[in-house]
Design a protein around this ligand. Sequence first.
Ligand code: NAD
Length: 256
Amino acid sequence: MEKIKKAVQILKHSRFTTAFTGAGISVESGIPPFRGKDGIWNKYDPEALDISYFTENPEHSWMIIKELFYDYYNSAKPNPAHLALARMEREGLLGRVITQNIDNLHQEAGSRMVFEFHGNLTKLKCLSCFKKYNVPEISLDHLPPTCRECGGILKPDFVFFGESIPQDALMASYEAAGLSDVFLIIGTTGEVMPANQIPPLAKQNGAIIVEINPEPSHYTNMVTDLYLQGKASEIMKEIEKGLFPASLDNDQYRID
Ligand code: NAD
């Protein structure tokens, strides 16, 4: 509780806060992470998401991708951690969300300043003519799905291993690492390059690093100033109560 109070103070007094999120923030929405105890890579080979493998084996890659990402499409909903970040933005306490996630849950929660380091799964792109489709327009009953215009293979429009990071997200992330006096890292191992370079850069530029994760990450002993050990939704609910005390019950958090 003391650590949460401290986090609330840090966030309240911050001039510009950036949230940097990874797969862990969506675990309580029912989407498994790649790494860790219940991680996807304990079951599947990561090559399914390698661009070279995909172009040579689109049917096999798609079978895995469909199970990983599209079978839950529309059923996963934002959890209290996504909602708390959206509220912080609305109330002027959060400048930006930089997410490594592709699940669109920050936007569904109401966050607007979202920069997706690895793209988004809501669109499919033709590898031949580059036409884009919204996922509901395309049947995934027969894999791989193909383009209605040219018959080319459709690929999810998120970043595969071996592909470049979208330029706008990259620029926004470097900018945030320079602008922010607080970086709130939630649910990421910090093992994925080059995204994992952003929090250390923020630290170098003077940001206070607050981290939420049930397990220590690559960042915890390297850059984190305040480590809140626990699940994203539970900790963010407490932080939200502290930031927006609605009743006398929350007086313990009030900062004068
Ligand atoms: P990761 O899979 O490497 O690590 C997940 C992290 O979340 C771990 O540190 C774990 O301890 C933590 N975690 C588990 N449960 C949590 C909870 N309830 N609350 C908070 N944290 C929790 O995730 P990553 O570092 O983000 O890297 C994997 C890459 O895979 C991402 O860059 C992303 O592109 C992609 N990915 C995205 C999704 C998604 O969009 N939801 C899901 C899986 C993977």
